[in-house]
Design a protein around this ligand. Structure first.
Ligand SMILES: [Zn+2]
Length: 190
């Protein structure tokens, strides 16, 4: 179990596109394990590899995990999407108050298609085409954005985006994110 440090915005690494995974080897399996460990530790519901500094097109999601009495995260339905690609958007949209582990304690309403069909490969190298809806659809779109160097603040007004970036820059300068800290009760992090 390895918890990796999360890259906090603003950071040029979060604006860089990730590379396709050519083949699945031990390093990808370890990466996915680290991503789940880090995501649960930070109380997120999704994570893209780029957020722990690995520019590979890998994302993990679990929107149904729960906290046990001993405060440990108990996994729900785990999703691993390698080289994901949205091949269909639903016509209708939905809005969620999104957060992101790379933007600690910052939230904003983001409107996205309420359903998506995604083509991807799983950890065994099997290809899938699957429909996602609800919170999972939002989460997966948020994480696929990360793989393309896009973050949730790119979907909101520039006034709000500048405000969030200024706030985080200030907190970074103050050394706020230099040490591990456990986040509170945020359930819409990705
Ligand atoms: Zn995110």
């Amino acid at each position: 179990m390895t918890i990796q440090p999360i890259i906090i915005a603003p950071d040029p690494r979060l604006k860089t596109k990730s590379f396709l995974v050519e083949h699945i080897d031990e390093s990808i399996k370890e990466l996915v394990q680290d991503m789940f460990d880090t995501m649960y530790y930070e109380r997120g519901i999704g994570l893209a590899a780029v957020q722990i500094g690995v520019h590979k097109r890998v994302l993990v999601a679990d929107v149904t995990w729960r906290e046990a009495d001993n405060k440990e995260a108990v996994s729900g339905e785990q999703h691993v999407l390698i080289n994901p690609e949205i091949i269909h958007d639903s016509a209708d949209s939905q809005s969620y108050k999104e957060g992101c582990l790379s933007f600690p304690d910052q939230f904003a309403e983001v409107v996205r298609p309420s359903g998506v069909r995604v083509k991807y490969m799983d950890l065994e190298g099997v290809h899938h085409e699957k429909d996602f809806d609800g919170l999972l659809a939002t989460c997966i779109q948020h994480e696929i954005d990360h793989l393309n160097g896009i973050t949730f603040v790119d979907h909101i007004s520039h006034v709000k985006r500048d405000m969030i970036n200024r706030k985080l820059t200030k907190l970074k300068k103050a050394g706020m994110f230099d040490h591990d800290h456990v986040h509170g009760e945020h359930c819409n992090h990705g």
